[in-house]
Design a protein around this ligand. Structure first.
Ligand code: UDP
Length: 484
């Protein structure tokens, strides 16, 4: 940085959900390594995720601080983070409650006067506050360029409703994208059918019109046509700075602590007893819920596949109270001793994905998981359920060729009881394709992308360069540069 400029100060304000908080903490660490003063603003309930993930950034001399703010007038029964919600209604209540942070944010921006705010797409009101105070606001959506382009295309070309398609599951080719992308009508987001969500999304769109730009956790070489399309055709100013999880790479301790780790010694000892690339890692992120019947089919399918597996079974509350303990089929864990390991609650995902014994990943296609699988060079099975997960699946399967889709997972819905049951045979089949000979070409391609991801983040790489350009632009906008 030039001698007549102040140290750049950026405030990061993620949604209180691991899939948004973890990448933003990683991003803050990356900016801090480039000389930026980074502050993460979060609630006390989400602070543990932040603290565990900050690792030793500050010890290493990189300036990342955490600022806590309470959601005012919290009502009884409203979940404190998105992962604590146990139902769609709970999720909606939580999302609505975050808008009460508008006034506290305004106070904090006035007091701390950061040079820029990177805030979550779910906080459109933060854009209005930042604009009033003349602070550049960058939006973090937490998804791919591909998904951003697809949502934009769907805004302009509303697909006809499912019922008019003639038959269930008719395909809809989305106009105006770099590739021919066909959507199954049942997989088109149901936000349009849910007025509260439609309202939130309309506000987000509005906020995009007044933002300074968008930061994307992706790298150019992964989706060049979509990075270009988003900037040129959609017309958004965007910087790609990922895969941000690579900031944890050099330090095994950071990888295992990320997000509030578990005792992982057991897990690592177990993996050490397995052949290279022989274990399938199965995890559906921090928010997906399953019915008891679906959990049973997954268990039986993993058992029938006869491949070693690690399966992360999330507690419905995300907190793991004994009453919410998910029930697995009788005798399942005894029968799979030696071949399988069930992790209840939270797994050190990036540590496990990068273990040499892990050879494939069954994922719900949350964007972080997709990128983390790619960065670990793993072929994947896609089992999307909602949000951007179907978009990400299309990118992985149709464009990148590193993934097969789980045939039965067809319907976009936030409600687990509305999803068609994916049978054990389907689960076993997918795992066999992934871990058997069928995964060879996907594995080769995934390994190429792993190298490309590392190159993008290294000095001289595309993401490294884009972060540098963003820092320069923000320095150029500093309101009161020091002259001495
Ligand atoms: N994650 C983890 N351990 C778990 C579950 C999730 O470390 O047991 C991390 C995962 O590595 C990723 C994030 O939580 O960084 C989940 O984000 P993603 O976008 O994949 O899915 P979401 O949880 O938002 O659906």
């Amino acid at each position: 940085m030039g001698s007549n400029r102040r140290q750049l100060h950026i405030l990061f304000f993620p949604l209180m959900a691991p899939g948004h908080t973890l990448p933003m903490v990683d991003m803050a660490k990356l900016f801090a390594r480039r000389g930026v003063r980074a502050t993460i603003l979060t609630t006390p309930a989400n602070a543990i995720t932040v603290a565990a993930s900050l690792g030793r950034a500050s010890e290493a001399g990189h300036h990342v601080e955490t600022l806590l703010v309470e959601i005012p007038h919290a009502e009884a029964g409203v979940p404190e983070t998105l992962a604590d919600a146990n139902s769609v209604d709970g999720e909606m209540m939580f999302l609505k409650s975050t808008a009460r942070l508008r006034d506290p944010l305004e106070g904090l921006l006035r007091k701390h006067r950061p040079d820029a705010v990177v805030s979550d797409m779910f906080f459109p009101w933060s854009g209005e506050v930042a604009e009033e105070l003349g602070v550049p606001r960058l939006i973090f959506h937490g998804t791919s360029f591909f998904s951003l382009c697809l949502s934009d295309a769907l805004q302009f070309h509303h697909p006809p409703p499912e019922s008019s398609a003639g038959e269930e599951g008719g395909l809809y080719a989305v106009p105006g994208l770099p590739h021919r992308i066909e959507l199954d009508r049942g997989q088109i987001p149901d936000v349009w059918r849910m007025p509260e969500f439609a309202e939130v999304f309309a506000k987000m769109r509005q906020a995009e019109k007044i933002c300074f730009g968008v930061v994307v956790n992706s790298f150019y070489e992964l989706e060049p046509e979509y990075a270009d399309h988003y900037r040129k055709s959609v017309g958004m100013k965007a910087w790609h700075v990922g895969p941000v999880s690579l900031c944890n790479d050099e330090d095994g301790a950071d990888m295992s602590a990320r997000g509030g780790g578990i005792e992982q010694d057991n897990c690592l000892r177990w993996l050490a007893s397995k052949e290279p690339s022989s274990v399938v890692y199965v995890c559906f992120g921090s928010l997906c819920r399953f019915t008891a019947a679906q959990l049973r089919e997954i268990a039986l399918g993993l058992e029938a596949s006869r491949h070693p597996f690690i399966w992360v079974v999330r507690h419905p509350t995300g907190k793991g109270s004994p009453s919410s303990e998910p029930r697995l089929p009788e005798g399942f864990e005894e029968r799979t001793v030696g071949t399988g390991m069930v992790i209840r609650g939270w797994a050190p995902q990036i540590l496990l994905l990068n273990h040499e014994a892990v050879g494939g990943f069954v994922t719900h296609c949350g964007w972080n998981s997709c990128l983390e699988g790619i960065t670990a060079g793993l072929p994947m099975v896609a089992w999307p359920m909602f949000a951007d997960q179907f978009d990400n699946m299309r990118l992985l399967v149709q464009v990148l060729g590193v993934c097969v889709s789980m045939g039965g997972a067809k319907r976009y819905t936030l409600r687990e009881e509305e999803r068609p049951l994916v049978g054990a045979e389907e689960v076993a089949r997918a795992v066999k394709v992934l871990m058997g000979g069928g995964g060879g070409e996907m594995r080769r391609r995934a390994r190429e992308l792993k190298e490309a991801a590392r190159a993008a983040m290294g000095e001289g790489g595309s993401s490294y360069g884009d972060m540098g350009r963003l820092i320069e632009e923000l320095l150029g906008k500093q309101i009161t540069p020091e002259t001495s």
